[in-house]
Design a binder for this molecule. Structure first.
Ligand code: DGT
Ligand code: CA
Ligand code: CA
Ligand code: ZN
Length: 571
């Protein structure tokens, strides 16, 4: 099935929105919108037209024709991916408010440096928005009302992965009473940091009864659609769940199709077309003969491909890599030998050193780095040099008592505005490793912010940059920094970047992880746990690492302490 006109029009409109946010030439922005309208109104599928036919359509010039060709061939428009990478997600969220749209989003960003819903709310409450030309009191009030409604229906339009998990797990248990072979597909299975809705597949000998069972789940707020093969509900939490009952013999094809991503599916279909295959959610067909469909593995193999893990299915080169036999052997949560960021009740953590050590050891770890805050973070009771020295002593004593386990002496030291570190070098030198982080002055201009981090990395005690971008999912887009420069410097200075596993952060993103890996830089996966329970978050970090194509060797804390300590040492 080719990409539909509607899909292509949607992508072009998205480009127009993003260009508009960036303040590009209005003529150019409009040309994408009119082209989208034209394509939406066509009767035949535009990807089936010749290049000349496409270019002869009204409102479609050379450059847009090229983009249409690109979607037809790859399922993607690289320019759109690039724009999306450049524009913070939190701006896109603002843009989607009815009161806002791209132009207003840009004006508020330019005039008031508003980059997130929170910032928008604050500015409206402080009366800053009504003063702007083109806004006024009424608009400001409407914006506030819309934000309130928006946050009331569950905060984000998209759910964070851990929130979704908490909602989905009991549902799966309930569904399991009536439905067989239950699998969650979609972005949830690809382990994206946020999910729009939940796509569940199952098999059943009595679909009618199964669907009845589904919609009677006590958490269902509204039944959106009910049929024997597909039903959709909105749960009370606002999360939408689609359930599909599929045939056993096509359950692999369905799982593949509904796991997506859409772009991955489109590229797969292209690969099949080359062999004369038709691929859909029921299987692979040639001349109406069914060739595969029972398992995903069988589907991939029929296409001459090795099985591709769901976390890789984003159409970022995984299909080519699979064909070449060049897929990464992804890291697994069991490869992790210890956690490199945690907090105790010496600062803002809940548990004692000993409690943290016990649970970490029980998890099978060989070590846990204790990284309480430094003095600059006074709200959390950050440690000064003397207090840290006291903690080191306590750790030394504990380490003698606990067998086959080691608390690593560390700190999460603040990187001050000028790039110096918040504790003196004499103290830092005594530690097993030093985690460095920005918690203040997050809004410096890009050049300055980048320079601040580069300078900090020049300190010989700097080991790992914690939560490198500072993003908070759905709330804060992170500092403006030049990641290329930071990766380069880290390599030069023997520093590492962290993948923070806290589901509110998941910082680095998959794209930056991949960028680091391609530059040859290794990463740490840490939980930043503030309690023993949070230590379990490690799996979210590992999942993001997998989305960034990381293998065991790319992650420093898959090593035992002896090997890790060698890596951390700077020559
Ligand atoms: P989400 O829910 O926004 O977090 O993202 P997904 O990836 O779960 O997307 P969703 O729920 O719209 O659809 C689930 C999967 O179904 C998607 O990843 C690929 C497949 N799919 C849905 N609609 C289409 C379509 O129009 N074309 C193709 N090729 N695949 C589709
Ligand atoms: Ca979904
Ligand atoms: Ca869906
Ligand atoms: Zn921190």
């Amino acid at each position: 099935m080719p990409v539909s006109n509607k899909e292509i029009a949607g992508l072009l409109n998205e480009i127009a929105d993003l260009l508009d946010i960036r303040g590009e030439n209005q003529f150019r922005v409009r040309s994408y919108r009119t082209a989208a309208n034209t394509i939406r109104g066509l009767t035949g599928n535009i990807t089936q037209m010749s290049d000349d036919e496409i270019k002869s359509l009204p409102d479609i010039g050379e450059s847009i024709a090229e983009k249409i060709r690109e979607v037809a061939d790859t399922g993607n428009i690289s320019q759109l991916d690039k724009l999306k990478n450049e524009i913070p997600e939190s701006l896109l969220e603002i843009m989607k408010l009815e009161q806002m749209g791209p132009r207003r989003t840009r004006v508020l960003n330019d005039e008031l440096n508003i980059k997130s819903l929170e910032g928008l709310k604050k500015a409206a409450e402080e009366g800053k928005i009504e003063e702007l030309e083109g806004f006024g009191k009424k608009t400001s009030k409407n914006i506030l009302r819309e934000i309130k409604e928006y946050t009331a229906k569950g905060g984000l339009e998209r759910f964070k992965l851990n929130e979704a998990e908490e909602i989905v797990n009991p549902l799966l248990e309930y569904l399991g009473k009536e439905i067989k072979d239950i699998k969650v597909a979609g972005s949830y299975r690809r382990r994206k940091e946020t999910v729009g809705d939940i796509d569940i597949l199952g098999t059943s000998s009595n679909p009618f009864k199964s669907m009845e069972h589904f919609i009677k789940y006590e958490e269902v707020g509204k039944v959106m659609a009910k049929g024997e093969s597909k039903s959709s509900v909105k749960l009370r939490t606002g999360l939408q769940v689609d359930l599909r009952i599929v045939d056993k013999k096509s359950s692999g094809a369905a799982l593949l199709y509904f796991t997506g991503s859409k772009a991955h599916n489109i590229t797969l279909r292209k690969a099949g077309q080359g062999k004369g295959y038709k691929i859909n959610e029921y299987g692979i067909y040639k001349n109406n003969k069914r060739l595969a469909g029972k398992t995903e593995k069988e589907m991939y193999e029929k296409l001459g491909l090795k099985y591709i893990e769901p976390e890789l299915r984003e159409n970022n080169g995984e299909i080519d890599a699979s064909r070449r036999g060049g897929l990464p052997e992804l890291i697994d949560v069991n490869d992790i030998r210890g956690d490199l960021q945690s907090h105790t009740n010496a600062t803002d953590g809940k548990n004692s050193l000993e409690e943290m050590a016990e649970v970490a050891k029980k998890m099978g770890y060989e070590y846990l780095a204790v990284t309480d805050h430094s003095k600059k973070v006074s709200m959390a009771g950050g440690l000064n040099e003397k207090e840290l020295a006291g903690q080191i002593e306590e750790i030394n004593k504990l380490n003698q008592r606990i067998k086959n386990f080691r608390l690593l002496k560390s700190v999460e030291v603040d990187i001050l505005e000028d790039g110096s570190l918040d504790l003196d070098d004499e103290t830092l030198k005594e530690l097993d490793l030093v985690i460095c982080a920005i918690h203040y002055n997050m809004k410096l201009p890009k050049k300055k912010q980048t320079r601040r981090i580069l300078r900090a990395m020049e300190n010989p005690n700097f080991s790992i940059l914690a939560h490198p971008t500072g993003r908070i999912i759905g709330k804060r887009s992170g500092y403006e920094i030049d990641m290329d420069e930071i990766i380069k410097k880290a390599q030069e200075m023997g520093c590492f970047l962290e993948i923070n596993s806290n589901p509110d952060r998941l910082d680095l993103s998959d794209r930056y992880i991949r960028q680091a890996k391609e530059a040859g830089l290794k990463l740490a996966i840490s939980t930043d746990a503030h309690s023993t329970v949070n230590l379990e978050n490690i799996k979210y970090g590992v999942e993001q690492a997998r989305r960034g194509w990381l293998e065991k060797d790319d992650v420093i804390n898959t090593r035992n302490w002896k090997d890790l300590s060698i890596l951390l040492k700077k020559s």
